[in-house]
Write a protein that binds this ligand. Sequence first.
Ligand SMILES: [Fe+2]
Length: 177
Amino acid sequence: MSKINMIHHINIQISDRQRTREWYESVLGAEFLDRGPALNERQLQLRIGTGEIHTSDTQEIIEVPRVHFAIEVGDWDAMLAHLDSLGVHHSRTAGGAFGPNVGGSDPGQGQREDTNEHYTYISDPDRNLIELVYHPLGLESSQGEELGLVNDEENVRWVQRSGFVEDAYKSQPVQST
Ligand SMILES: [Fe+2]
């Protein structure tokens, strides 16, 4: 079998696409992935860091306790300040979903023993639980060499077929308003 390279995307349940898009853009700096009108209609997709968030529309969100995804943050203090400035609650125990005796005593964030990983939990408007993590000791290869994350100012993205989005809009009938 082939080696697996990475997790490409996670898929979350959402009840309001616009609300989800605005929340992920403003809180986590996500970027709308324009796939052209037909594919945009099929699904809201966002780029976040080097990964993607895809969505499933439903008016009946099924909450499963403690199920979450985690994202690595570049500047921990700046992110917590950003959350505070937006009034986004962040919790070391995910509001009591996780035990209180791990990660220190700060209700707003914790630290794990092995990697000194910093962590906290937030919830999106549909109560999808998101863990924010930060690894101050960094990332290393199997040979113990220090590695940087794949990143650039605009961030990486999967290459789309040339002209695909433009052509998709051209083929769309003109909407009367
Ligand atoms: Fe986790």
